[in-house]
Design a protein around this ligand. Sequence first.
Ligand SMILES: Nc1ncnc2c1ncn2[C@@H]1O[C@H](COP(=O)(O)OP(=O)(O)OP(=O)(O)O)[C@@H](O)[C@H]1O
Length: 240
Amino acid sequence: MNAHLTHAVVIRDLSRSFKGKTVLDHISLDIPAGQFVALLGESGSGKTTLLRALAGLDDDAESKGHYSRPDNVSVLFQDSRLLPWKTVIDNVKLGLRRPDARAAAEAMLADVGLGDKATAWPSTLSGGQKQRASLARSLLRAPALLLADEPFGALDALTRLRMQALLMRLVEHQRPTIILVTHDVDEALLLADRILVLKDGHIAEDHAVSLAHPRHQHQTELSLLRARLLASLGVEAGNL
Ligand SMILES: Nc1ncnc2c1ncn2[C@@H]1O[C@H](COP(=O)(O)OP(=O)(O)OP(=O)(O)O)[C@@H](O)[C@H]1O
């Protein structure tokens, strides 16, 4: 849409309900191209529903309002969604119509540290390796918008840290607009340019995080925002 050239995502008065139950409640939001947005919120606040709405999923929902976003979107889920009957490289280049698809997939696998797993079957990979393959599949499409729904939520803490660093390194080159749904306040603080808190289907808080990368959990600005976000999410930092 010409009116929104500088914004990758424009949402106006978006509401969604399922069987009469309102889940998204008049959401309006502008996201500049290249911004990394983290979406926090208590369980059931509507995070996944917002992401799915932008992905064009959930056709059974009653929707009002509208949004615009780039056509070139990749979605990254908590489970890697690799097809078990295809090798890792065939999963990564699935549906890609480029003459150099195989070479590009090989290069992307090397980038995510899976250069030696191209011909492996998904069932032989660890959880972290599967998510790496899934990330490679998403980024190989050079998406203008990456929608990620807790992509590292099922990984152990150390693997999660590695994946966060890998994501930051890879998106540094491509600079897609990113919306990351996460339960992990520190993940949001370490990665995002902007943190939104959803509450009962509306955006209750909108924080800019302007600190340079790489960030460290103990930086004062992050500590202050962490305490505030934890309080918003109903967690008292002093009790942790
Ligand atoms: N397809 C659907 N049909 C009926 N209800 C739905 C559907 N999708 C979501 N909901 C309801 O919408 C509400 C918000 O769900 P959503 O998954 O968006 O929340 P969330 O913030 O992502 O939660 P969580 O952090 O637990 O994943 C929930 O009450 C859920 O039951």
